[in-house]
Ligand binder design. Structure first.
Ligand code: F6R
Length: 259
């Protein structure tokens, strides 16, 4: 696991560098997209690079998760958020972005179909991730099976409170259930790039990087991934025991070595 501690602008550029390098090497790359605040600066940076010539025309993308039951035109439906924040601002082909169907009549069947769609695409090459204050990745809340696949989850009170800011501050308007890629689904992606900023993420980041692997802090499963990159600002890094070592490692990183 590589940990980079840097100002937010640099973190977004590093994540965008990884995506750009991948898409230039393989224009048909499969991207994994997260919603929430953490990846927004990365999407803005990728849009700038698209305007400067980077094309996503042959790429495909899979979303991490979706709320259950939000109407198709709801602005906070993750499908609509991704369209607004990224897909509609670049040249991804129509239908190139897929997400779990939170409006399906048969939700377990929709989850199984989503797993199959990811497998049929050859798996995700690079998965962008944020982390919840309770250590969730995607919506794998504490207690999630470390071997889980896409399924229905109940959101914790903490996550619904954290996300109320997207629903005009009203916790009651945040859905109670979601469909989410499982931890094993995420672990199947070939490169994981997680971004976290702010002091509220500090404990979750400490557990993710330095805690014991445990379903209590689902993101800790990333310690078992052969290619995981954790990009954090000073505040999110403030509880890391080995922060000085991670800073030294990044400062002494050879120029030729990408993320
Ligand atoms: C969103 C997702 C969540 C968020 C996490 C952090 O698709 O999967 O795991 O990444 O809740 O959210 P932000 O970035 O808003 O702090």
């Amino acid at each position: 696991m590589e940990v980079v501690i840097a100002p937010p602008g640099e973190l977004a550029r590093l994540a965008a560098d990884a995506v750009e390098g991948l898409v230039r090497a393989n224009p048909e790359a499969v991207l994994g997209l997260a919603t929430g605040s953490s990846p927004l600066a990365v999407y803005d940076e990728l849009v700038r690079r698209h305007e400067a010539g980077l094309s996503f025309a042959r790429a495909r993308a899979f979303m991490l998760d979706e709320y259950v039951g939000l109407p198709a035109d709801h602005p906070e439906r993750y499908r609509n958020v991704i369209d607004k924040e990224f897909a509609s601002r670049v040249d991804l082909a129509p239908g190139a972005v897929q997400g779990p169907d939170g409006l399906a009549a048969d939700l377990p069947a929709a989850c199984a179909a989503y797993e199959q769609a990811i497998a049929d695409a050859g798996g995700v090459d690079l998965q962008i991730l944020g982390i919840g204050t309770d250590g969730h990745i995607a919506f794998n809340e504490p207690g999630s099976s470390l071997a889980s696949r896409t399924r229905i989850k109940t959101l914790t009170k903490q996550t619904r409170e954290d996300n109320a800011r997207f629903f005009g501050g009203s916790v009651d308007d945040v859905p109670r259930h979601c469909l989410t890629q499982g931890l094993a689904t995420i672990m199947s992606a070939r490169h994981l790039v997680l971004l976290a900023s702010g002091r509220t993420k500090a404990e979750a980041v400490h557990q993710l990087v330095e805690g014991p692997v445990s379903a209590m802090w689902p993101a800790t499963i990333m310690q078992l991934h052969p290619h995981a990159t954790v990009l954090v600002d000073d505040a999110a890094a403030s509880r890391l025991q080995l922060a000085d070592y991670y800073r030294q490692t990044y400062a002494e990183k050879p120029d030729w070595q990408g993320l």
